[in-house]
Design a protein. Structure first.
Length: 422
C-alpha cells in the first residue's frame, strides 16, 4: 500500500512538472511569436522609408595608404551625431521603437548630413521594458532604416548594446556587421574595427580594446587630411553587471596616439612639411563621457553658473541634475584627455549616455594653454528613462560642421520644433 502511494505521488509530481514545463515552453513560444511579429512591423517600416534626396552626395572609399574610410571634400563636411536611439526590439517596445526610428528618419531627411555617427546604445533590449533579450533585432531594424535612407553612417557601442544577459556579444555584433558589409548587403555602413580584441603587452582591463575602434578621414582634393574622426569603444561596466561604468583602456589610448603620429607623417609628406607641428586635426566619438565632462561642468556651476579661466559654456545644460552632479563617467580615471591635450590634435569630443545632458563647453583641464570642446549629443530615447517619451527638450541630434581648414563648430538640433541650440 505504501509503495502504491509513493508511486501515485511520484506520478502526480511528474505530471505537474510536465504541465509546468509545457506552460513555460508555451509562454516563451507565444512571446517569441509576438516579438517576431512586432520586429517585422518595424523592419517593414524601416525597409520602406523614402531615400534621402542628396545633391552631389559624397562617396567614401577605403584609402589604400591608411586603410581608413575616406571622404574627399573641398567644402564644409557635415556630420550628424545621433545617440541613445534605444530600440528595444520586443513586443513591449514596439510603439516606442517606431517613434525612435521615425525620429531618426525625420532628422536625417531634414539635415541631409554627409555622415552619421551614432555614439552608442542603438539597442536597448532590456527585457522588463522591451520584452526581449535579443539584441540583434535592434541592429537589424536600425541598419535596415539607414540603408533605406541611403546615408553613410557608422557607430560605436554603448553599454546597452550588449548586456551580459543579451543573446549576442560585442564580437557577435561586430562580426555580423563586417560580414554584411563585405557581402554588400550594407552599402552605406562604414563600420570598421581596426583595433580590437585583447592586445598583447597590457594587463587586465587595459588590454581589452573592445570592438569598432576605427578612423574615418576627410581629405581635400590635394590629398591633405583635413579632419580625422576617431570612433572609440568606451566599453560597458567595469565591475560586472550594472556595476560602475568603464573607462577608455590604455591600449586604446596608445593606439589613438600612435595613429595620430602615423597620419601626421603621411600628411607631412603631402604638405612637404619638415616641421615638428601636428598637422592633423581630429574629433573623437564614444559613448560614456570622460570624467572631464563632470569636472568642467561642476567648475562652471560652482562659479555661479559663469565661465571661468578654464571653462567656457557654449550651449545646453546639465539636464540630469540641476546641481551639476550627474555625469555618469567611468569609475576609474584614465589619461585620454591628457593624451589628447599633449598631442594637440583633437579639437572636440562627442559622447552620449546621459540622455538629459546636452551641454557643449570648452575645457583646458586647468593646466594647458589650449582647450578641447566637450559636447553631449542630443538623444533620441523614448524607452529607457521613465516618462522620457513625453519629454521633448532633449530629443534631437547634434550637427557638426567641419570647415575646409579643419576647424569645426557644432550645435544641437531639436526634433520637436526644429530649433537650433547653439
Amino acid at each position: 500500500m505504501k509503495k502504491e502511494k509513493k508511486q501515485r505521488k511520484k506520478g502526480r509530481g511528474l505530471i505537474i512538472t510536465v504541465i509546468v514545463l509545457s506552460c513555460i515552453i508555451f509562454i516563451f513560444g507565444v512571446l517569441a511569436l509576438i516579438n517576431y511579429v512586432s520586429s517585422n512591423a518595424n523592419t517593414k517600416y524601416a525597409d520602406n522609408v523614402e531615400k534621402v534626396k542628396y545633391e552631389n552626395q559624397l562617396t567614401p572609399y577605403v584609402d589604400p595608404e591608411t586603410g581608413c574610410w575616406t571622404f574627399t571634400c573641398d567644402r564644409d563636411f557635415r556630420i550628424m551625431q545621433l545617440t541613445d536611439v534605444h530600440v528595444g526590439g520586443g513586443f513591449m517596445s514596439i510603439q516606442k521603437d517606431s517613434w525612435a526610428l521615425n525620429a531618426v528618419a525625420t532628422l536625417i531627411a531634414d539635415q541631409k548630413p554627409d555622415l552619421v555617427i551614432v555614439t552608442g546604445d542603438i539597442g536597448y533590449p532590456v527585457p522588463f521594458q522591451s520584452g526581449t533579450f535579443n539584441n540583434m533585432t535592434p541592429v537589424k531594424e536600425f541598419s535596415t532604416l539607414m540603408e533605406s535612407l541611403g546615408v553613410y553612417w557608422t557607430f560605436t557601442y554603448g553599454n546597452h548594446d550588449t548586456e551580459v544577459y543579451s543573446y549576442y556579444t560585442r564580437k557577435d555584433i561586430n562580426d555580423y556587421y563586417l560580414d554584411k558589409i563585405k557581402s554588400g548587403e550594407l552599402k552605406y555602413c562604414l563600420y570598421a574595427s581596426q583595433f580590437d580584441g585583447t592586445i598583447d603587452g597590457y594587463d587586465g582591463l587595459e588590454a581589452d580594446a573592445g570592438y569598432g575602434n576605427s578612423i574615418i578621414n576627410v581629405k581635400n582634393s590635394a590629398g591633405v587630411i583635413t579632419q580625422s574622426l576617431f570612433i572609440l569603444d568606451s566599453h560597458s561596466y567595469e565591475k560586472g553587471f550594472f556595476r560602475d561604468y568603464d573607462h577608455m583602456h590604455q591600449c586604446q589610448i596608445d593606439w589613438y596616439k600612435n595613429s595620430l603620429i602615423t597620419l601626421n607623417e603621411a600628411n607631412k609628406k603631402v604638405l612637404n612639411d619638415e616641421s615638428d607641428e601636428m598637422t592633423i586635426k581630429s574629433l573623437a566619438f564614444f559613448h560614456i563621457p570622460m570624467s572631464e565632462f563632470k569636472d568642467a561642468y561642476k567648475e562652471w556651476h560652482n562659479n555661479g553658473q559663469k565661465d571661468t579661466e578654464n571653462v567656457q559654456l557654449i550651449y545646453g545644460k546639465m539636464g540630469e541634475d540641476i546641481d551639476g552632479e550627474w555625469v555618469y563617467c567611468g569609475v576609474t580615471e584614465d589619461n585620454l584627455f591628457e593624451t589628447m591635450m599633449e598631442m594637440n590634435s583633437t579639437q572636440g569630443v562627442f559622447c552620449g549616455h546621459d540622455h538629459y545632458n546636452n551641454f557643449s563647453l570648452f575645457y583646458n583641464g586647468g593646466k594647458y594653454d589650449h582647450s578641447i570642446r566637450l559636447t553631449y549629443g542630443m538623444s533620441i530615447d523614448y524607452l529607457a528613462y521613465i516618462g522620457i517619451a513625453k519629454e521633448t527638450a532633449q530629443r534631437g541630434c547634434t550637427m557638426i560642421t567641419v570647415s575646409t581648414d579643419g576647424s569645426f563648430d557644432c550645435c544641437g538640433y531639436r526634433l520637436a520644433d526644429s530649433k537650433i541650440i547653439d
